[in-house]
Design a protein around this ligand. Structure first.
Ligand SMILES: *[C@@H]1O[C@H](CO)[C@@H](O)[C@H](O)[C@H]1NC(C)=O
Ligand SMILES: *[C@@H]1O[C@H](CO)[C@@H](O)[C@H](O)[C@H]1NC(C)=O
Ligand SMILES: *[C@@H]1O[C@H](CO)[C@@H](O)[C@H](O)[C@H]1NC(C)=O
Length: 363
């Protein structure tokens, strides 16, 4: 009897071990189904990096997130919108999990196998951009985080599997708009650098970081152009408050000029980096068109220059908060706060390039 018990115990232990091995194998197998996703960026991609930083550039309180639902997660997460934003729709369209913020506790666990998000609201390519807002993670530091994530994969799943994940991952880079905005606001910078010199500073940092990513194994990258920032309620309030039906021409010109230069520089670089695939998602035109013709895209609120939160003219970050009345259906609007798109707008913007990007990068 005792011997029989011992034998069944051994059998049970053996079976449990086998189940564990099988589980681990399956889990590892599942994690590399579909590409890992890596997001580098600013507020249009931030999913919570800024939540724990000492900064004004935060959105982890209502009414932000009022329509956000993802599995068990509901409400404000740090996303600058009523609901899902750019990285969420990219992940959702690919049918893979939403990458977590790199500095969140979840990023220490299995979630990191499906990718990581380092985007930090207010940040730019240049280290000084957004320093008036408090602490944030500039582009170069985000790229260092991405490299740490890559090294972490090696110790988690071994170098062979890690290389596979790293090479097949999509790196989506959506940063630069804050550098331009910071330049416009900063008389000192404008005295020091001409527009052309400032663009070159930004592009030099962008190129150095892209090379760094390539050298660490990244191969598939998407670069989004700067959106039509001159069409945001805040810019219109700052520059032409009485003429709200048009985008601010001077801001739009700056954005277009920078976008054309950075696009050319990235395309040239892509041709010289063997095995790389660079996709440029030019979302400038669609974001202008959404502003001018919201109903064409099914957005019912016709005054694009007025956001959903508060008066819709200037509120964002801490100024967009629960003490204010907001609109009833945010997804009828283009802008949720005075600078950031609604979930519905992001769905439309991502859909405008997703299929082409997926085919081009063979995701
Ligand atoms: C920006 O900061 C990073 C550290 O995160 C540093 O390595 C880099 O040299 C800085 N860039 C410039 C242009 O100062
Ligand atoms: C954007 O619109 C301009 C002017 O209508 C056009 O010349 C340009 O090719 C468009 N760019 C893209 C990427 O669609
Ligand atoms: C909420 O917004 C109001 C109005 O803009 C502002 O005065 C107030 O300081 C904000 N409250 C918080 C907690 O940030």
């Amino acid at each position: 009897m005792a011997q029989f018990k011992l034998r069944s115990l051994k059998l049970l232990t053996f079976t449990l071990t086998m189940i564990r091995v099988l589980e681990i194998t399956l889990a590892a197998g599942n994690d590399i189904e579909g590409p890992a996703l890596v997001f580098i960026g600013a507020s249009q991609s931030d999913v919570g990096v800024n939540n724990v930083l000492d900064t004004l550039a935060k959105a982890n309180f209502p009414p932000y997130g009022r329509d956000f639902v993802y599995g068990d997660i509901k409400g404000a997460t740090g996303r600058f919108s009523n609901g899902k934003i750019l990285p969420d729709f990219v992940a959702q369209n690919l049918g893979v999990p939403f990458p977590v913020a790199y500095n969140s506790p979840e990023a220490k666990g299995p979630a990191a196998l499906s990718g990581i998000n380092t985007a930090s609201a207010g940040a730019g390519w240049l280290n000084g951009t957004g320093s008036n807002l408090g602490q944030l993670i500039p582009g170069t530091e985000q790229v260092q985080w991405v490299k740490q994530w890559q090294q972490g994969l090696v110790s988690r799943v071994g170098s062979q599997k890690a290389s596979h994940i790293i090479e097949n991952a999509l790196y989506l880079i959506n940063i630069g708009d804050n550098d331009l905005f910071y330049y416009l606001q900063n008389a000192e910078l404008r005295k020091t650098y001409t527009e052309e010199q400032y663009f070159q500073l930004m592009i030099d940092v962008a190129i150095a970081n892209i090379k760094d990513l390539y050298n660490s194994g990244a191969r598939k990258m998407t670069f989004t152009s700067v959106t039509a920032r001159g069409c945001s309620p805040l810019q219109i309030t700052l520059y032409q408050p009485l003429d709200r039906s048009k985008c601010v021409a001077s801001v739009q010109t700056l954005v277009s000029a920078y976008s054309a230069e950075v696009k050319a520089a990235i395309q040239t670089l892509g041709q010289s980096l063997e095995g790389s695939k660079f996709y440029i998602a030019d979302v400038f035109n669609i974001t202008v068109d959404l502003f001018l013709h919201p109903s064409k895209y099914g957005l019912e609120h016709q005054e694009s220059s007025i956001g959903c939160c508060g008066t819709g003219l200037f509120e964002l970050g801490p100024l967009c908060n629960i003490t204010l009345d907001s609109c009833s259906d945010a997804n009828e609007y283009l802008f949720f706060d005075a600078q950031h798109y609604t979930e519905e707008a992001w769905r439309i913007i991502v859909d405008s390039f997703f299929d082409e990007m997926k085919a081009f990068l063979q995701l």
